[in-house]
Design a protein around this ligand. Sequence first.
Ligand code: 5GP
Ligand code: ZN
Length: 141
Amino acid sequence: MSDCIFCKIVAGEIPSFKLYEDDEVFSFMDINPLHDGHCLIIPKAHYPNIFEAPGDVLAKLMPVVGRMARAVNAALSPDGINIMQANGEAAGQSVFHIHFHVLPRAMGDDAKINWGLRPGDMDRIAANADKIRAALAADGA
Ligand code: 5GP
Ligand code: ZN
Protein backbone atom coordinates (compact mmCIF):
# COMPACT_ATOMS: atom_id res chain seq x y z
CA MET A 1 0.00 0.00 0.00
CA SER A 2 1.54 3.26 -1.14
CA ASP A 3 0.65 5.37 1.92
CA CYS A 4 1.58 2.75 4.55
CA ILE A 5 4.71 3.53 6.58
CA PHE A 6 5.48 -0.16 7.24
CA CYS A 7 5.15 -1.04 3.53
CA LYS A 8 7.66 1.77 2.88
CA ILE A 9 10.01 0.31 5.49
CA VAL A 10 9.76 -3.16 3.86
CA ALA A 11 10.47 -1.60 0.46
CA GLY A 12 13.48 0.28 1.86
CA GLU A 13 11.90 3.61 0.95
CA ILE A 14 12.31 4.82 4.53
CA PRO A 15 15.10 3.60 6.81
CA SER A 16 14.75 1.19 9.70
CA PHE A 17 16.99 -0.69 12.11
CA LYS A 18 16.36 -4.05 10.43
CA LEU A 19 16.79 -7.13 12.59
CA TYR A 20 15.49 -9.98 10.45
CA GLU A 21 13.95 -10.67 7.07
CA ASP A 22 12.85 -13.66 5.05
CA ASP A 23 10.58 -14.01 2.02
CA GLU A 24 7.44 -13.09 3.95
CA VAL A 25 8.40 -11.62 7.31
CA PHE A 26 10.33 -8.50 8.40
CA SER A 27 11.46 -7.38 11.86
CA PHE A 28 12.87 -4.00 12.91
CA MET A 29 13.35 -1.78 15.95
CA ASP A 30 10.48 0.40 17.14
CA ILE A 31 11.64 4.03 17.07
CA ASN A 32 9.47 4.99 20.07
CA PRO A 33 10.53 2.20 22.39
CA LEU A 34 8.82 1.60 25.70
CA HIS A 35 12.15 0.10 26.85
CA ASP A 36 15.44 -0.97 25.26
CA GLY A 37 14.92 -3.70 22.66
CA HIS A 38 11.30 -2.90 21.73
CA CYS A 39 10.89 -4.27 18.21
CA LEU A 40 8.21 -5.17 15.71
CA ILE A 41 7.47 -8.19 13.50
CA ILE A 42 5.35 -7.69 10.38
CA PRO A 43 4.38 -9.57 7.23
CA LYS A 44 5.90 -8.05 4.11
CA ALA A 45 2.44 -8.11 2.53
CA HIS A 46 -0.01 -5.46 3.68
CA TYR A 47 -2.89 -6.61 5.88
CA PRO A 48 -4.39 -3.95 8.14
CA ASN A 49 -5.15 -6.13 11.14
CA ILE A 50 -5.60 -9.68 12.46
CA PHE A 51 -9.13 -9.83 11.08
CA GLU A 52 -7.83 -9.59 7.51
CA ALA A 53 -4.51 -11.44 7.76
CA PRO A 54 -4.89 -15.02 6.48
CA GLY A 55 -3.98 -17.91 8.74
CA ASP A 56 -0.97 -18.95 6.69
CA VAL A 57 0.49 -15.44 7.07
CA LEU A 58 -0.04 -15.56 10.85
CA ALA A 59 1.58 -19.00 10.88
CA LYS A 60 4.69 -17.55 9.21
CA LEU A 61 4.85 -14.65 11.65
CA MET A 62 4.62 -16.51 14.94
CA PRO A 63 7.92 -18.46 14.81
CA VAL A 64 9.70 -15.17 14.09
CA VAL A 65 7.89 -13.51 17.01
CA GLY A 66 9.22 -16.28 19.23
CA ARG A 67 12.71 -16.02 17.81
CA MET A 68 12.82 -12.23 18.20
CA ALA A 69 11.57 -12.49 21.79
CA ARG A 70 14.35 -14.96 22.58
CA ALA A 71 16.96 -12.72 20.94
CA VAL A 72 15.80 -9.60 22.83
CA ASN A 73 15.78 -11.61 26.04
CA ALA A 74 19.30 -12.94 25.43
CA ALA A 75 20.70 -9.59 24.25
CA LEU A 76 19.22 -7.22 26.80
CA SER A 77 17.84 -9.29 29.72
CA PRO A 78 14.68 -7.27 30.36
CA ASP A 79 12.72 -8.10 33.51
CA GLY A 80 9.92 -9.48 31.29
CA ILE A 81 8.53 -9.35 27.76
CA ASN A 82 4.98 -8.90 26.53
CA ILE A 83 3.91 -9.86 23.03
CA MET A 84 1.39 -7.21 22.00
CA GLN A 85 -0.78 -6.91 18.90
CA ALA A 86 -3.41 -4.17 18.54
CA ASN A 87 -6.43 -4.10 16.25
CA GLY A 88 -8.29 -0.79 15.94
CA GLU A 89 -7.71 2.63 17.39
CA ALA A 90 -9.44 1.81 20.68
CA ALA A 91 -7.02 -1.09 21.12
CA GLY A 92 -4.08 1.28 20.67
CA GLN A 93 -3.34 0.55 17.00
CA SER A 94 -1.68 3.53 15.34
CA VAL A 95 -0.16 1.87 12.25
CA PHE A 96 -2.67 -0.07 10.19
CA HIS A 97 -0.33 -2.77 8.86
CA ILE A 98 -0.55 -5.75 11.18
CA HIS A 99 2.41 -6.01 13.57
CA PHE A 100 3.43 -7.85 16.70
CA HIS A 101 5.34 -5.95 19.37
CA VAL A 102 8.12 -7.64 21.31
CA LEU A 103 7.70 -5.33 24.29
CA PRO A 104 10.41 -5.52 26.95
CA ARG A 105 9.18 -4.68 30.45
CA ALA A 106 10.87 -3.36 33.57
CA MET A 107 9.73 -4.44 37.00
CA GLY A 108 7.32 -1.82 38.35
CA ASP A 109 7.13 0.17 35.10
CA ASP A 110 3.35 0.16 35.40
CA ALA A 111 3.03 0.41 31.61
CA LYS A 112 -0.47 0.90 30.29
CA ILE A 113 -1.68 -1.18 27.35
CA ASN A 114 -1.90 2.05 25.33
CA TRP A 115 1.54 3.14 26.51
CA GLY A 116 1.93 6.28 24.36
CA LEU A 117 4.75 7.04 21.96
CA ARG A 118 7.94 8.82 23.06
CA PRO A 119 10.71 9.20 20.46
CA GLY A 120 13.74 7.11 21.34
CA ASP A 121 17.45 7.97 21.20
CA MET A 122 18.55 6.70 17.76
CA ASP A 123 22.13 5.86 18.85
CA ARG A 124 20.78 3.80 21.72
CA ILE A 125 18.26 2.04 19.45
CA ALA A 126 21.06 1.28 16.95
CA ALA A 127 23.27 -0.15 19.72
CA ASN A 128 20.39 -2.31 20.97
CA ALA A 129 19.74 -3.51 17.40
CA ASP A 130 23.39 -4.62 17.15
CA LYS A 131 23.05 -6.63 20.39
CA ILE A 132 19.82 -8.30 19.23
CA ARG A 133 21.30 -9.17 15.81
CA ALA A 134 24.28 -10.76 17.57
CA ALA A 135 21.93 -12.80 19.77
CA LEU A 136 19.94 -13.84 16.68
CA ALA A 137 23.11 -14.98 14.91
CA ALA A 138 24.18 -16.95 17.99
CA ASP A 139 20.74 -18.59 18.19
CA GLY A 140 20.98 -19.75 14.58
CA ALA A 141 17.48 -21.32 14.50
P1 5GP B 1 0.64 0.32 17.37
O1 5GP B 1 0.39 1.55 18.18
O2 5GP B 1 -0.05 0.43 16.03
O3 5GP B 1 0.39 -0.97 18.06
O4 5GP B 1 2.20 0.32 17.10
C1 5GP B 1 2.80 1.01 16.07
C2 5GP B 1 4.25 1.12 16.42
O5 5GP B 1 4.95 1.54 15.27
C3 5GP B 1 4.52 2.16 17.52
O6 5GP B 1 5.11 1.53 18.64
C4 5GP B 1 5.44 3.16 16.84
O7 5GP B 1 6.46 3.60 17.69
C5 5GP B 1 5.99 2.39 15.68
N1 5GP B 1 6.32 3.23 14.55
C6 5GP B 1 5.53 4.19 13.99
N2 5GP B 1 6.17 4.75 12.94
C7 5GP B 1 7.36 4.13 12.85
C8 5GP B 1 8.47 4.28 11.96
O8 5GP B 1 8.49 5.10 11.05
N3 5GP B 1 9.54 3.47 12.17
C9 5GP B 1 9.57 2.54 13.17
N4 5GP B 1 10.67 1.80 13.30
N5 5GP B 1 8.54 2.38 14.02
C10 5GP B 1 7.46 3.17 13.87
ZN1 ZN C 1 1.51 -1.78 4.78
